[in-house]
Design a protein around this ligand. Structure first.
Ligand code: PAF
Length: 281
């Protein structure tokens, strides 16, 4: 059955009200479209855990710190709807800008702590944009559970923080990163890579896996980090914005995996910014 495409909050509220009146649980998968297998795995997780699943598609201008990045972000609504049909998503919520940011909109949700460093340090205003839109999507959908990929690990922690701090009655569930066969983490931005750059892209994950393995074996963080950055640069990455080892629960900076840790990286390849992270220790 085709998912219902809903564009207004009034319609969405009525549908969710009817579901809740029937005692059904509701899951939400927030996305910016250009859906890939990573997103689809979140929809599957939602269908397993909830009676109803809403997929939201909104390319949120407030989370782009670079106007060209916003302009070039892939837009594939028809294809997205087809993919969701196969997965039996119940509703695809596709609000427009005026629906999400009506005239006079002046509120921002801002999270401290986990937003410092990593993407927070390189993308001014990004997490305020994410936190604000996700809070709106949670209150608009009234979902019981929300599904996010671990691919955007810092984002996942930001969203968990909002739900806890603002007493939002929603459970935030992180789902594993889905990868291409060569290890490249699936991302809507991969569509922007040229064929040539696409062949170089997996080197980021390979360098991170090698680094993680050597760290687990007791290697020196500074030396291993420098070697991993050189490996990526040799493969064609032009700028490694960060390559950090951080505590998995609060993103505190580490220099050894002496507790559950994540290795997180962001780097530019042929004009495209890629991010990835893996568990260590
Ligand atoms: O991860 C994304 O695609 C976006 O940051 C999100 C969570 C949909 C908010 O716009």
């Amino acid at each position: 059955m085709k998912p219902q495409i809903i564009r207004t909050l009034a319609e969405l509220r009525q549908i969710v009200k009817d579901w809740k009146a029937a005692g059904e649980t509701v899951g939400v998968v927030p996305t910016m479209g250009a859906l890939h297998q990573g997103h689809l795995s979140l929809v599957r997780a939602g269908k397993e855990a909830c009676d109803r699943v809403i997929v939201t598609i909104f390319i949120n201008p407030k989370q782009f710190n670079n106007p060209d990045d916003y302009k070039n972000y892939p837009r594939t609504e028809e294809e997205d709807a087809r993919k969701l049909e196969a997965l039996k998503a119940d509703v695809v919520y596709v609000p427009d800008g005026a629906q999400m940011y009506p005239a006079g909109f002046a509120s921002t949700v801002s999270v401290e702590g986990v937003t410092e460093g990593l993407c927070g340090a390189h993308r001014a205003g990004h997490f305020d944009g994410v936190a604000t839109i996700v809070t709106k999507l949670f209150t608009q959908t009234q979902a019981d559970k929300a599904f996010f990929g671990e691919k955007d690990y810092q984002q996942l922690l930001v969203v968990k923080r909002i739900a806890t701090d603002l007493d939002l009655p929603i459970e935030v569930i992180g789902c594993p990163t889905i990868r291409e066969e060569d290890g490249l983490a699936m991302s809507s931005r991969n569509l922007l890579l040229s064929d040539r750059a696409r062949t170089w892209a997996p080197e980021m994950n390979l360098a991170m896996e090698e680094l993680a393995e050597k760290l687990r074996a007791g290697g020196d963080w500074d030396a291993l980090k420098a070697a991993a950055i050189s490996r990526m640069e040799r493969a064609g990455f032009t700028e490694v914005e960060y390559l950090d080892l951080r505590a998995a629960d609060n993103l505190e900076l580490l220099s050894a995996p002496d507790r559950p840790a994540r290795l997180l990286a962001a780097a530019w390849l042929a004009g495209v910014r890629l991010i990835d992270n893996i568990a260590v220790g």
